[in-house]
Design a protein around this ligand. Structure first.
Ligand SMILES: C[S@@+](CC[C@H](N)C(=O)[O-])C[C@H]1O[C@@H](n2cnc3c(N)ncnc32)[C@H](O)[C@@H]1O
Length: 263
């Protein structure tokens, strides 16, 4: 295992992210239902690519408890995927029956490890948005692929949680969610480097449980790290007062794509 370098660029925020995920790691595999569904979908989209995958490493970047790696292994077969993540507690959750999967503790803000240059398959689901420079890291991921190597990516995007933002505006409290990347520049970046095979811009909705329960859902899976200071009790009360309880659903925008490097 490679140890995390706490001085790596962006270490303070990435360490907070890691700590939050670490504290809720035991609950993650059962509670991350949207992430599990997306992992299965993304693995399914890869099926057609499988026969033409070149030889070489396969990895799940920001693998967490291994939802995407496991789905790809189950649906495609072939060599196991290396699970890369900065959170040891989440990696430890990836312990199904059989031999333990290949794992590496790694901060993706520092780029990819050298042995993933020339990779055959790089997958990543719900992780890119946590990085300091999502676009820059995505460029590295595209460029690291071998000829005919495949990128499989799922990432929540900026269209998510419009109602949360609106409620914060009305309540005049800061929005404490993560700034999610815009889908269009990510698509353009991938199109400029790889051949797009599948592209889906999906909208998922979840019941609106009210302000506090909504915020607790993030904490439940460790996804509450924020660059903005936590709301005070008074601010939370303000937010509750302006929360759109009459709107039954809150929505996520998720970009899902599969792209192949030219031969
Ligand atoms: C929402 S979880 C997604 C996990 C998994 N891919 C899934 O779909 O269930 C985000 C993951 O990104 C990882 N992560 C966040 N920042 C990271 C970084 N700088 N380097 C490596 N992993 C990181 C977290 O530890 C966490 O496992």
């Amino acid at each position: 295992m490679v140890l995390l370098d706490p001085t790596a660029s962006g270490a303070p925020f990435s360490q907070r992210v890691q700590r939050c995920f670490g504290r809720s790691a035991a609950a993650y595999p059962h509670q991350a239902r949207l992430q599990a569904a997306i992992a299965e979908r993304l693995a399914g989209l890869l099926e057609r690519q499988a026969p033409a995958l070149p030889a070489g490493s396969r990895a799940d970047l920001g693998a967490g408890s291994g939802l995407l790696a496991g789905a790809i292994e189950r649906q495609l077969g072939g060599p196991r995927l290396l699970r890369l993540d900065s959170c040891p507690e989440l990696l430890q959750q990836d312990c199904g029956a059989g031999a333990p999967p290949p794992q590496r503790l790694w901060d993706l803000n520092g780029g990819l490890p050298g042995d993933l240059q020339g990779a055959a398959l790089l997958g990543s689901s719900f992780a890119l948005q946590w990085l300091e420079q999502p676009q820059r890291q995505l460029e590295h991921w595209c460029d690291a692929l071998a000829p005919q190597g495949v990128l499989a990516l799922a990432v929540p995007c900026a269209g998510s949680f419009a109602l949360w933002r609106q409620a914060c505006g009305l309540a005049q409290v800061p929005f404490t969610g993560l700034a999610l990347p815009e889908a269009d520049p990510l698509i353009a970046l991938v199109r400029g480097r790889l051949q797009l095979q599948r592209l889906q811009r999906l909208w998922f909705s979840r019941p609106n449980p009210g302000a506090l329960a909504f915020l607790r859902q993030f904490k439940g899976i460790g996804a509450q790290a924020s660059r903005t200071p936590r709301l005070s009790r008074g601010q939370l009360r303000q937010l509750e007062r302006h929360w759109p309880n009459h709107i039954p659903k809150l929505s996520w925008e998720v970009l899902v794509l599969v792209a192949r490097r030219a031969p």
